[in-house]
Ligand binder design. Structure first.
Ligand code: WTA
Length: 645
């Protein structure tokens, strides 16, 4: 069997689960034996959640790119590692074999070295979905540099904040990125982000859109020139080599910024050994990956899903990962189905928001598309409503493909709760059972385990995890205390996910959504405080409060209540100005869907905004607003209700 640790039947799931909980060190030590280590670990696991300190495979030495690339070269040099489908279907597909991937990653590692990047340095990557993005990520890993990929939808200001937080001295970007009929000027956004920046030394620019760019002498260099020169260094007589840097299992592999309940995004840090084992294990088991399968994860590498299930999971398993540059609805809403047909995709992994948006186009875009290669479907990022689940099952999977509903987070590195395709049962809208090694616990607000069923017969509470799994975050970059207070301090000795969940009598979990002030808009995590801060930066805004409301396609929409300083003559124009400000400060993904101007916000006597009331009003509820007696000025509620949009 290709993967000795692959769970192949239900009994094995139960017995592996049991072993993983009873003796995690033995269990994960066995799994880890299937990877390439320069030196074996001294200890599998050492941890406490109070500091927190979490160490997996301590003392183990490895390089993750040897696991993702080199070890496959002997038998799979000519097999596709990455199949790249361009934004424009007329453009040439690129098939990157393992041999080619090896060469490009070695070359780019050399480029980084030539430009002064050393082990431990932070490299910010801001690129579109081109294979070069994968080369950049793996090139960093090859030399032990820490990558920090920033999604292309973030603004210059967001990039500047992240650069500053990580003290990154190097950037890899593109002139521009194609997305549908748009051409996003990435380099120019980077240039804006770099105004006043004194830390960045080099910017490496890959040519994708041939958009005119300014190239600063001494700082900006072209990818193509650098790669050409590096080729002469890494290739001798047709043999390519660039010795991979030896890293410790607990050396940081990457930083990925994500939103929390405070205004400032956190740099979640993942380390090398545990993350590798976890993404590989969950990839092979959740999707029941078989060698040769074409795996199509539609996420962007700017998010954790892309890191784990486009790059590290599939490649460490010697798999074939399909990378798509474009969007599901361009040139038309049949784009995904064309790709499945064209590349004989076996596994399709996407977000409920994409399914809902495609549902809106009916089944016509599916007509004439051969989807018979599909074996397994997956969803991630947000709860899936039953209607979308059934549509996906019937029209895409033709009722023959198990659907895995994978619940996880940037912080968890890989899937924590999901059915295993065809092995454990699916239940529409439910993520179902935990992966081996994962011990979920539902607690009440005091941190006590919920032991009583609610009126619907479910256990309902805040979702925590009792012990570490190999892919758990280790810290938040530059601020370990923040990691502790955010995740490990709410409830003693527990990792708190920020999600609410219910559990049925079979032990199946259904994740119901965030219980903190984090929104999930089209599967993107956005903090309400972040959006409020951005709105408040607009001249004239006195105060604002942002809440989520149910949105048919996005899952959640952003509803902003704004107090403006004086009577403005044109509401519409002012709203547009506010949207422009949010786009500047965070990026277009955080633009409110609705803005309501109000005279006051419902506050308690101590000055706290009662978001519960605002949430209810945004949801369209006008009657049962709960107890409003503690409000400083109950009249504002009526005014807000009347002005609801
Ligand atoms: C939500 C994405 C329900 C959840 C991998 C979580 C989900 C947040 C699911 C993390 C799911 C993710 N069902 N909700 N299958 N998957 N979520 O960090 O609220 O971008 O906390 O990671 O998405 O979002 P993140």
């Amino acid at each position: 069997m290709a993967y000795p640790y692959q769970v192949t039947n239900l009994e094995q799931y139960h017995s592996d689960y049991k072993k993983s909980i009873e003796d995690p060190e033995a269990f994960w030590g066995n799994v880890a034996e299937n990877f390439v280590w320069r030196k074996k670990w001294d200890r599998v696991l050492d941890w406490n959640f109070t500091e927190p300190k979490i160490e997996w495979f301590r003392g183990g030495k490895l390089n993750i790119t040897e696991n993702c690339i080199d070890r496959h070269l002997e038998t799979m040099a000519d097999k596709p590692a990455i199949i790249w489908e361009p934004n424009n279907p007329e453009e040439r597909v690129r098939v990157v074999t393992y041999a080619r991937l090896h060469k490009r990653v070695c070359q780019f590692a050399q480029v980084l070295k030539n430009n002064g990047v050393k082990k431990g340095d932070r490299v910010c990557i801001y690129m579109g979905m081109v294979p070069e993005l994968a080369y950049a990520v793996l090139g960093c890993a090859r030399i032990g540099a820490i990558h920090s990929v920033i999604f292309g939808g973030f603004s210059a200001q967001s990039i500047a904040d992240r650069l500053e937080d990580a003290q990154a001295a190097f950037i890899v970007t593109c002139d521009g990125a194609f997305r549908g009929n748009k051409d996003i000027p990435l380099k120019s956004i980077i240039d804006d982000a770099l105004i006043g920046n004194k830390v960045v030394q080099k910017v490496i620019v890959f040519t994708r859109t041939r958009t005119p760019v300014s190239m600063l002498k001494g700082r900006d260099v072209w990818w193509e020139d650098e790669m050409e020169f590096a080729e002469t260094q890494v290739e001798k007589d047709g043999v390519v080599s660039f010795p991979a840097e030896e890293t410790d299992a607990e050396d940081a592999l990457f930083i990925l910024y994500t939103s929390g309940s405070t205004g400032k995004p956190k740099g979640v840090v993942h380390t090398t050994g545990g993350y590798m084992v976890w993404t590989n294990y969950t990839f092979v088991n959740t999707f029941q990956y078989q060698p040769g399968d074409v795996h199509f994860c539609t996420a962007d590498i700017g998010w954790i899903t892309g890191h784990s299930y486009i790059v590290y999971g599939p490649l460490s398993a010697g798999g074939t990962s399909l990378m798509f540059e474009g969007i599901p609805t361009w040139p038309d809403a049949g784009r995904f189905w064309d790709i499945v047909d064209k590349h004989k995709v076996n596994i399709l992994y996407t977000a409920p928001t994409a399914i809902r948006s495609l549902m809106g186009f009916g089944t016509a875009p599916l007509q004439g598309k051969d989807l018979s290669s599909l074996k397994i479907l997956g969803t991630v990022g947000e709860p899936i409503n039953e209607e979308a689940w059934h549509w996906y099952n019937e029209n895409v999977g033709k009722k023959k493909c198990p659907i895995v509903d994978t619940w996880w987070q940037t912080e968890t590195g890989g899937v924590l709760i999901s059915n295993l395709a065809g092995i454990t049962d699916a239940k529409p809208g439910w993520a179902t059972l935990p992966m081996p090694g994962v011990q979920p616990l539902l607690v009440d607000e005091h941190g006590k385990e919920v032991t009583q069923k609610d009126e619907n017969g479910f256990y309902k509470g805040n979702l925590c995890i009792k012990a570490p799994w190999p892919g758990i975050l280790r810290t938040t970059y530059g601020d370990h205390e923040r990691c502790r207070t955010n995740y490990f301090a709410t409830y003693e000795n527990l990792y708190f996910t920020g999600d609410g969940a219910i559990k049925d009598e079979n032990g199946f979990y259904r994740i119901t959504g965030r219980v903190d002030d984090v929104l999930n808009v089209s599967g993107h995590r956005i903090g309400t405080a972040e959006v409020e801060n951005a709105i408040n930066m607009h001249a004239g805004v006195i105060e604002s409060a942002v809440v989520g409301y149910p949105h048919d396609i996005k899952g959640q929409g952003i509803y902003a209540y704004v107090i403006f300083d004086k009577k403005h003559t044109d509401d519409d124009l002012t709203k547009k100005d506010i949207l422009q400000t949010v786009t500047r400060i965070i990026g277009p993904i955080a633009k409110p869907d609705k803005i309501q101007f109000v005279k006051g916000l419902p506050k308690t006597r101590s000055g706290k905004i009662m978001r519960r009331i605002l949430r209810k009003i945004a949801e369209g509820e006008t009657q049962n607003l709960g107890d409003t007696s503690t409000l400083l000025d109950p009249d504002v509620v009526d005014e807000i209700k009347e002005g609801k949009i």
